[in-house]
Ligand binder design. Structure first.
Ligand code: ZN
Length: 81
């Protein structure tokens, strides 16, 4: 199960997000200040997905939400069969 780490750009809080399902799109926000501004922290402990075949990298996309705020969503790629 992939765990991703993020750092809030507003308050500096570092939080983790655990993704149960693959292929889902989630909206991430800081649990402390609810800011949608964050950056990905590359964790020291790399997770291993399965047998490690082929390029399953999460895709981070930025899009504009209502009222002009930027939101980021993270798309977790499904297993590559
Ligand atoms: Zn925050």
């Amino acid at each position: 199960m992939p765990i991703f780490e993020f750092r809030c750009l507003e308050c500096g809080n570092i939080f983790e997000k655990l993704f149960i399902k693959t292929g889902e799109e989630v909206i991430i926000e800081c649990p402390k200040c609810k800011s949608p501004s964050f950056e990905r922290v590359i964790s020291r402990t790399n997770y291993v997905m399965g047998s490690g075949k082929g390029g399953s990298k999460p895709k981070v996309t930025t899009k504009s939400c209502s009222s002009g705020n930027d939101c980021m969503t993270l798309e977790i790629p499904g297993p590559d069969e």
